[in-house]
Write a protein that binds this ligand. Structure first.
Ligand code: UDP
Ligand code: MN
Length: 357
């Protein structure tokens, strides 16, 4: 299957870390297809060389920026402009068919069956299911399509200023015609949308809940939860502004550090999977290239943090407290600061950073 490839994109070293986790997760699940990474000149030489260890092809492309900065500003996601660079994937005509995957996705099982689908196959967007999410899609490289997309982008812009709006307008029949082009949600499961389906209680509180719910309902709820986190999920997508590499991870306790108001921290199953893959497969590559120090005792958190500091990392969005600021002020004045939680150094720093931006 040398003429078919998974394709991803990284325009900076932070997203390269995501691409490396994605690439190694595809290898781990024994894909028979090629792995291709598109990068832009901002990616450092060393990270490019590391990408070449995991990907069969690493191809340098130009940044295609959206001129539509007003729309992006409205979405408060100015960084999404670069996602138009994705369009370069249509130029890979050495392949007859490709599956594009965002660098913030990872696979939990083999998904080579996606190559049986036709252009443009994609899963519904969790926020607006009449649109497809452009984090995972099956397509057919073609210079003609690439030129049409560019022309379309120049003439019509994109309703969200990014690739998802453009691709949805261009492939507008997706919503209403061929259902075989609708990929099941498990091929692009947004890690945050899972949390909105999860009941807002922790596993330890579940005994109480099982008394309140009928046994049948409780059994079916448990089945749904294990289904979501279990073998049926094929692709996890960490969409949103806080990416897995923005969290701090302690490999000794195998846990993510962060605010307990963040659903990804309360239910860190997918984040942990990302970090497990990063620690097992990506960190050794970084160590080998001298980005992190090699140790005989394995990787510890200091090294993970050191690895992060060598690579440009975008700041996670500020975490908002649940108690009112008046209440917090009172508690603080009474010496009851929540040093490990909302009042942690990290959160205070994040808050200060928002004023400095
Ligand atoms: N991307 C990139 N650099 C950026 C922003 C995005 O390389 O600064 C690429 C990367 O492959 C990423 C994709 O474009 O996964 C889409 O952006 P993102 O995943 O951040 O958007 P979301 O899925 O959160 O809407
Ligand atoms: Mn994404």
């Amino acid at each position: 299957m040398a003429d078919q490839s998974f394709v991803t994109l990284a325009t900076n070293d932070s997203y390269v870390k995501g691409a490396l986790v994605l690439g190694s997760s595809l290898q781990q699940h024994r894909t028979t297809r090629k792995l291709t990474a598109l990068i832009t000149p901002q990616v450092s030489d060393i990270m490019r060389r590391i990408l070449e260890k995991v990907f069969d092809e690493v191809i340098l492309v130009n940044v295609l920026d959206s001129v539509d900065s007003a729309h992006l500003a409205l979405m408060k996601r100015p960084e999404l402009g670069v996602t138009l660079t994705k369009l370069h994937c249509w130029e890979l005509t050495q392949f007859s068919k490709c599956v594009f995957m965002d660098a913030d996705t990872m696979v939990l099982s083999n998904i080579d069956e996606l190559f049986e689908r036709e252009e443009l196959s994609a899963a519904p967007d969790p926020g607006w299911p009449d649109c497809f999410n452009s984090g995972v899609f099956v397509y057919q490289p073609s210079i003609e399509t690439y030129n049409q997309l560019l022309q379309f982008a120049a003439e019509k812009g994109s309703f969200d200023g990014a690739d998802q709006g453009l691709l949805n307008t261009f492939f507008s029949s997706w919503a209403t015609t061929d259902m075989s082009k609708h990929l099941p949600f498990i091929y692009n499961l947004s890690s945050t949308s899972v949390y909105s389906y999860l009941p807002a209680f922790k596993a330890s509180d579940c005994n109480g809940c099982s008394r309140l719910l009928s046994p049948e309902l409780w059994t079916s709820l448990r089945k749904d939860l294990s289904w979501l986190f279990g073998a049926n999920t094929k692709v996890v997508h960490f969409l949103g502004s806080t990416k897995p590499w923005n969290y701090t991870y302690d490999s000794r306790t195998k846990s993510i550090k962060g605010n307990m108001d963040d659903p990804k921290v309360v239910h860190p199953e997918f984040l942990n999977l990302w970090w497990d893959t990063y620690t097992a497969n990506v960190l050794p590559l970084l160590e080998h290239h001298g980005i992190v120090k090699e140790t005989t005792t394995g990787v510890n958190m200091a090294e993970v943090t050191e690895a992060m500091s060598h690579i440009s990392v975008s700041e996670p969005s500020p975490v908002l407290p649940t108690v009112s600021s008046e209440e917090r002020k009172e508690r603080w004045e009474q010496g009851q600061a929540d040093y490990m939680g909302v009042d942690s150094f990290d959160n205070i720093k994040k808050k200060l950073d928002t004023y400095l931006q």
